[in-house]
Design a protein around this ligand. Structure first.
Ligand SMILES: [Zn+2]
Length: 116
């Protein structure tokens, strides 16, 4: 399993992109840490929380990888985006990610804006 990302060929292409980016993030950031995915939560709390944290990190990395900040900013400046009551479905389509994933990415942007 080491160094291999397995993707179901029947998945929607957006989902494939998401999973590849997610898997890549695990490979880049977590390959030297050991998380045992076969342990149950009750078996090992430490393992459980580390696993949870790594999942979150992989998701955040995937979001920034698939929807880079500059590309997102560029899109958000477009007139139709400002005028639309909910531009997310169309934005997602243009950037080729799921609607759900696009909403996640926008939330990340919001929270990073609030920090600065
Ligand atoms: Zn994962």
């Amino acid at each position: 399993m080491k160094g291999v990302i397995v993707i179901d060929p029947n998945l929607h292409p957006y989902k494939k992109r998401h999973l590849i980016a997610h898997g890549l993030a695990h490979h880049l950031f977590h390959r030297n840490t050991r998380v045992n995915y076969f342990l149950d939560e009750g078996d090992d709390r430490f393992n459980y929380w580390r696993q949870r944290r790594q999942e979150k990190e992989a998701e955040v990395s995937a979001a920034y990888l698939l929807i880079p900040e500059d590309k997102l900013n560029e899109k958000l400046k477009e007139e139709w985006v400002k005028e639309s009551p909910d531009p997310v479905p169309e934005l997602a389509e243009e950037i080729q990610v799921s609607e759900n994933f696009m909403r996640k990415r926008l939330k990340l942007k919001e929270s990073s804006n609030n920090k600065g």
